[in-house]
Every structure is written in structure tokens, then in C-alpha cells.
Design a protein around this ligand. Structure first.
Ligand code: FES
Length: 130
């Protein structure tokens, strides 16, 4: 695993997993973040060849969405679905497209570099300190 690299803006990149672990519409790689002072789960998925990451928090009720650990896609493989009440989200944007969701998912910037997926911290989104 590579060392995270600093960014000129002061935001940093943090490793999530090996890029090969994420297959199109397959299992997610989950990771912990500190969001606005709270430890939360986040996840990265691959859809149509691109990696996308989101806070694992539904826009309907602030709860985790996977119906089994790291399973977010519906049976078509084209939507992220919340296990609680069925809200559906676009995997490439997090936009809510059905069900009781109240807006989109919170997207986390990602990058693939040298076979590794990284997420980028921001002012309200930081790595968890141990
Ligand atoms: S908590 Fe996700 S749809 Fe209700």
C-alpha cells in the first residue's frame, strides 16, 4: 500500500483498497471517515469502469444502507439501493432517483493511481485518528 500524498490545497489522499478489488457493480470496499466530528462508514464502488465513493448514510434516515456487508447495488447493477426502505441512487453521481430519499448521497472524491484507490479528505471529512 502506498503512502498518502499531500495536495497543494492541504487536502490529502488516503488509500482505500487495491483497484482490482472493485469490479463493475460488485461489492464495495468500506472505510471509516470522520465526518463533521463523527466516525462514519463510507464505501467505494466501481460502476461502468469508474470508481465512486460515498458516505454510507442514506438521505432518507441517517443510517447505513448496505443490505449485506458491502452490498449496495440492486439486482440490475445499475442503482445503489438502501436496504431500509428502498431509496435508489445513481452510482455515478449519488443522485436519488426513487424511493423515499431526500436528496443525493454525499460524494467523496476518489482517484485511482498505480493500482490503488484513494479518497480525498476535505475540511469536514477527515481520516479517523487512532
Ligand atoms: S433509510 Fe434509506 S430509504 Fe429509508
Amino acid at each position: 500500500m502506498q503512502t498518502p500524498q499531500s495536495d497543494p490545497t492541504g487536502d490529502d489522499w488516503h488509500p482505500v483498497c487495491q483497484a482490482s478489488e472493485l469490479v463493475n457493480s460488485g461489492l464495495a470496499c468500506s472505510f471509516d471517515v470522520n465526518y463533521a466530528g463523527q466516525t462514519c462508514r463510507a464505501f467505494a464502488v466501481r460502476y461502468a469502469g469508474q470508481v465512486h465513493a460515498y458516505l454510507n448514510r442514506c438521505s432518507h434516515v441517517a443510517m447505513e444502507m448496505d443490505w449485506q456487508p458491502d452490498r449496495f447495488f440492486d439486482l440490475t447493477g445499475h442503482y445503489i439501493v438502501c436496504a431500509a426502505h428502498g431509496a435508489m441512487f445513481r452510482p455515478d453521481s449519488g443522485q436519488c432517483v426513487g424511493g423515499p430519499g431526500r436528496g443525493g448521497l454525499m460524494k467523496i472524491e476518489t482517484e485511482e493511481r498505480d493500482g490503488v484507490v484513494f479518497w480525498r479528505s476535505q475540511y469536514h471529512l477527515k481520516p479517523v485518528q487512532f
